[in-house]
Design a protein around this ligand. Structure first.
Ligand code: PFF
Length: 486
């Protein structure tokens, strides 16, 4: 690895990485997806599993991704290849980088459609188009917005263009500057909306729905959904965090930055839940209304609030910006890869990727109108993109990253990057070696119905024994290799 092959770009400010990574994590996943999934999977139990997944799987894997990005100092494909080679592992591991880069691209293909909803609602809010007497009236506005492919296509195309403009401009001027003001604004808006929910909506019903944990009601499918969403909301296994980690200055603490990002992300999701569910219950709306949930419920609340018109505009503006700061992170990996590994300028790379993205996202957009009947196994294209990424690619990518950093990379290399006290390093290593892989495998098997009904501990024991045997073998090999190097 030559020094000249490394990108020189680093985040400018002390907070550059934290801001950008928080901008990536906090997005439609927190405000659009988390509430509607919680509604669909029945509330508190889903929330509990989601929180556990964040703490036990998401946080350790985020640390691993940042460490790999920073050590590799390149786009995910190249970064994973470099760190694997440095530890004497096969170049085959770069497949992990490939999968994450493709996953980010696939997410963005449906994400721009939802971001398009958000910006079209901003326009409606500005032009007084969000007035209805009831939930049904709001549902009709949402349906009409989707029914016209030209309308929806216009908004998602706009999002695609803006995303590519920002990414094309580069890391500091484009990404770092645009996330600086938006995160505090979003939190203030959500706080005001929670204030409204406390005073005028059914706040206690919302709180009970979110925090009454009836774990017995959860299906294997719901647990997989919660785990997939933990990856989604933290932007893991989609290239974003590795790509951003590549620009993290060497003297910044990975532990501290990870914890800051994860805490902000979780708080925003819970705040969104506390703002939205009270309104839903106060208006007799079904929490399981699906992806349109926030677009049908929140405008009703704004309508009833003092200064609701202004609040509505500010909210959809914030939501759009939150979506954009996530969108740019999803495509940074691909643009950086074209730039670093294929010599394209960032601007060219951004426009090239943008065109391909536009074609695929247009297909996703058509799922809501002319292509509503184009289904495979009951799902249309938009749902497939979501399903394949959140339920399959992200957990698998997380598993790969946990195994790579937990077992295959030289301990010395990963310790150097993580730079944490040894007790904490031990905890991290336990998490990526055992907790994450076992949890991911068990959740997969359970969702596939292979564990029968309920949880079968014999599977867990079997996986643990096999894991320990493999690890003992690997550790012997690694220490032999370390001795050889030393
Ligand atoms: N974390 C973002 C959200 O919650 O909206 C979505 C996301 C961003 C997923 C970046 C993946 C990614 F690479």
């Amino acid at each position: 690895m030559t020094a000249s092959a490394r990108p020189q770009t680093l985040w400018l400010g002390r907070w550059g990485f934290v801001l950008a990574a928080t901008g990536s994590s906090v997005g439609l996943g927190n405000i659009w997806k988390f509430p509607y999934m919680t509604g669909e999977y029945g509330g508190g139990a889903f929330v509990l599993v989601y929180l556990l997944c964040i703490a036990l799987i998401g946080v350790p894997i985020m640390m691993a991704e940042i460490a790999v990005g920073r050590r590799g100092r390149a786009n995910p494909v190249e970064a994973v290849r470099r760190v694997a080679r440095e530890s004497g592992c096969r170049g085959l591991w770069s497949g992990l980088g490939w999968m994450s880069m493709i996953c980010g691209f696939m997410i963005l293909s449906f994400y721009v459609v939802v971001a398009g909803w958000s910006i079209s609602y901003l326009w409606k809010a500005l032009s007084g188009g969000l007035q209805a007497e009831s939930v049904d009236g709001m549902a009709a506005i949402f349906a009409a917005n989707n029914a016209n492919p030209w309308n929806l296509g216009f908004w998602s195309t706009l999002v695609t263009i803006v995303t590519m403009l920002i990414v094309g401009k580069g890391v500091q001027a484009g990404i770092e500057r645009s996330v600086r003001w938006m995160m505090p604004g979003l939190v203030v808006m959500l706080a005001l909306m929670i204030g409204y929910a406390v005073v005028s909506a059914d706040f206690s019903a919302g709180v009970h729905f979110l925090f009454d944990f009836n774990v017995g009601e959860l299906t294997g499918e719901a647990v997989l959904a919660a785990m997939g969403h933990a990856f989604f909301t933290l932007s893991l296994a989609a290239g974003a965090i590795i790509a951003y980690g590549a620009y993290l200055p060497a003297n910044q603490s990975i532990v501290r930055t990870t914890l800051t990002v994860a805490i902000c992300d979780t708080l925003v999701a819970l705040m969104a839940g506390l703002a939205i569910f009270p309104v839903i219950f106060a208006n007799g709306m079904d929490p399981a209304s699906g992806p349109g949930l926030i677009f049908m419920s929140l405008p009703l609340a704004f309508q009833a609030m003092p200064f609701g018109g202004v609040m509505e505009v500010v909210f959809f503006l914030m939501l759009t910006v939150a979506a954009l700061t996530s969108s740019i992170s999803m495509i940074e990996a691909t643009v950086a890869w074209l730039n670093q590994s294929h010599g394209l300028t960032r601007r060219r790379a951004a426009w090239g990727v943008g065109i391909v993205l536009w074609v695929i996202s247009t297909l996703a957009m058509l799922s809501f109108n002319v292509g509503a009947e184009w289904k495979l196994a009951g799902k249309h294209f938009f749902d497939w993109l979501d399903f394949l990424t959140s339920r399959l690619m992200m957990p698998l990518g997380g598993l790969g990253m946990a195994l790579l950093t937990g077992f295959f990379l030289r301990r010395r290399a990963i310790r150097e990057e993580l730079a944490m006290p040894s007790w904490l390093f031990g905890l991290w290593q336990f998490a990526v070696r055992y907790v994450s892989p076992i949890a991911i495998v068990v959740v997969f098997l359970d969702a596939l119905g292979w564990l029968g009904t309920g949880f079968d501990w014999r599977w867990l024991a079997a996986i643990l024994v096999v894991g320990l045997a493999v690890e003992t073998g690997l550790r012997k090999r690694a220490s032999r290799a370390d001795e050889a190097v030393g």
